[in-house]
Design a protein around this ligand. Structure first.
Ligand SMILES: Nc1ncnc2c1ncn2[C@@H]1O[C@H](COP(=O)(O)OP(=O)(O)O)[C@@H](O)[C@H]1O
Ligand SMILES: [Mg+2]
Length: 266
């Protein structure tokens, strides 16, 4: 019996002019259902490549999946056809991307965009879709959901835009949410609100979350378990508490040192 989500011997390369370069080499990683799992690593360590590989949206080429299995609800995602993956994306696994402006289309109102996603994925009519959109916008705690529906992405603040992205990710009732550095482009004060929102939604909706970040402070505030990714390899994994108290790897220790003080004292 496989775990809810389990990666086995995953190797992903990139084709370059100098030949294939190994980007990910993950022997084993397990995510528990209904928990928030943090994946921490510096820029370039392979976090987004992993997220793309899970979702089946890695550009191939230049990406090459050399070997491995990614079990989700007992089935290997890597052996699925593109057609089958299209059904899983959005409906069962959803992603919050790191840059809201690249996800939102500047030409359409926020309402039009979310309505379209819901109509496509859930096969409901426009009226029902709009009703669900308003529910989702209220869920991510933006006041004036009706007004926001008619706004264009550039008319919203950074924090509001990221909340809309979360609403879109949630709009199809996915059970696993991959958040790829969801607060990367936001001010620290707004970051905290988004983190709280993700934590709250995780509990309320009982989704599982893979929370990707480039610093341990963000992850330690939100995640039950975490893994440190370094040059494509998992070098440390455990409960957040254990890793913070008793890091095994010098690389992890450096990340702990970089956490602002008030966050380690909680
Ligand atoms: N399109 C690409 N072509 C070649 N190499 C790439 C491409 N995208 C990413 N990489 C390589 O993959 C590595 C991991 O990238 P990425 O997963 O985006 O890092 P992270 O999200 O952790 O910052 C990078 O160091 C880079 O060398
Ligand atoms: Mg990235």
């Amino acid at each position: 019996m496989k775990n809810y989500f389990e990666i086995e011997n995953l190797q992903v390369n990139y084709q370059t002019y100098e030949g294939e370069k190994n980007i990910l080499d993950i022997e084993h990683l397990v995510l528990e259902k209904g928990k928030t799992f943090g994946l921490v690593g510096e820029s370039g360590s392979g976090k987004s490549v992993l997220a793309q590989t899970i979702l089946g949206i890695l550009s191939r080429p230049p990406g090459v999946i050399k070997k491995g299995k990614i079990f989700f609800n007992g089935e290997d995602l890597l052996s699925k056809s593109e057609k089958a993956m299209r059904k899983i994306r959005g409906k069962q696994i959803s992603m919050i991307f790191q840059d809201p402006m690249s996800t939102l289309n500047p030409v359409f109102t926020v309402g039009t965009q979310i309505t379209k996603v819901i109509q496509q994925n859930q096969g409901v009519n426009k009226k029902e879709a709009i009703k669900r959109v308003i529910e989702k916008i209220e869920l991510v705690k933006i006041s004036d959901a009706q007004g926001i529906m008619h706004a264009y992405p550039h008319e919203l603040s950074g924090g509001q835009r990221q909340r809309i992205i979360i609403a879109i990710a949630l709009s199809c009732d996915a059970e696993l949410l991959i958040a790829d550095e969801p607060t990367r482009n936001l001010d620290v004060t707004i970051q905290a609100g988004i983190l709280k929102l993700i934590a709250k939604l995780q509990k309320e909706l009982n989704v599982s979350v893979l929370f990707i970040a480039n610093n341990l402070g963000l992850v330690s505030a939100t995640c039950d378990h975490l893994a440190m990714l370094h040059k494509g390899k998992i070098i440390e994994v455990g409960t957040t508490k254990d890793v913070l108290r008793n890091p095994q790897h010098s690389y992890t220790k450096a990340f702990i040192k970089a956490i602002p003080k008030e966050k380690t004292n909680e």
